[in-house]
Design a protein around this ligand. Structure first.
Ligand SMILES: [Zn+2]
Length: 208
């Protein structure tokens, strides 16, 4: 028996073994590949939720606002579902603010009742009582966000610009404790904005 024969005999079983290992590896790789494909989408979903302030069950369709949204983003429901006159006033103001190199960001706009309910539950958890939470978050029945009549604007420079010029567009800060929350008061164009409530609990609309 030559050495080459011995090698050939040895190679047969080894090749079979390698083929089995390869087949297993391909099979396992297929499974891992499937998981790798599946997990980024689910991780991406929860990451998006974290970034945009949405919790389980609510998303962009409920009014969760993607980072960097502006008053011109028609495809974002939080913007598109605002009262058309409020939106027109915001766009007019934002265009003029742009001339002063001030950009408006929408941090919150229209919200679905489900989203508002979730925010209220979170606020009760955060502030410890429904009474304290009511100073900051309305119910779905009373919220100006759910009706499309309220918008939360940022950043600070935009709030400052609106505090100075907003009345000329009918855009008014409503609550002393919420310098970011604006609503349309058309009479403000001529007469200036009405006095602010200290916080939402003083707003007659919040008594239901
Ligand atoms: Zn608000």
């Amino acid at each position: 028996m030559s050495s080459s024969t011995q090698v050939r005999i040895a190679v047969g079983p080894v090749r079979t073994f390698l083929a089995v290992v390869l087949a297993l590896a391909v099979g396992i790789g297929g499974v891992l590949g499937y998981q790798a494909l599946a997990s980024p989408s689910s991780a991406g979903g929860s990451l998006l939720g974290t970034l945009t302030g949405g919790g389980p069950g609510v998303g962009v369709a409920d009014g969760v606002v993607p980072d960097g949204t502006t008053v011109f983003d028609d495809h974002v429901p939080a913007v598109a579902n605002l009262d058309p006159e409020l939106l027109a006033a915001l766009r007019s103001a934002a265009a003029d603010a742009g001339d002063d190199a001030v950009a408006f960001t929408v941090n919150s706009g229209w919200r679905s009742p489900a989203y508002q309910d979730q925010l209220l539950r979170e606020a009760v958890g955060e502030y410890g009582s429904e009474e304290e939470a009511a100073r900051w978050v309305a119910t779905a029945d009373t919220s100006a966000h759910v009706s499309g009549d309220g918008v939360d604007v940022g950043p600070m420079r935009a709030m400052d610009w609106l505090a100075q010029h907003g009345a000329g567009y009918g855009l008014c800060q409503i609550y002393g404790n919420e310098p970011w929350h604006y609503e349309l008061r058309p009479e403000a164009v001529d007469g200036g904005c009405p006095p602010m409530y200290r916080d939402p609990t003083e707003d007659p609309r919040m008594q239901d």
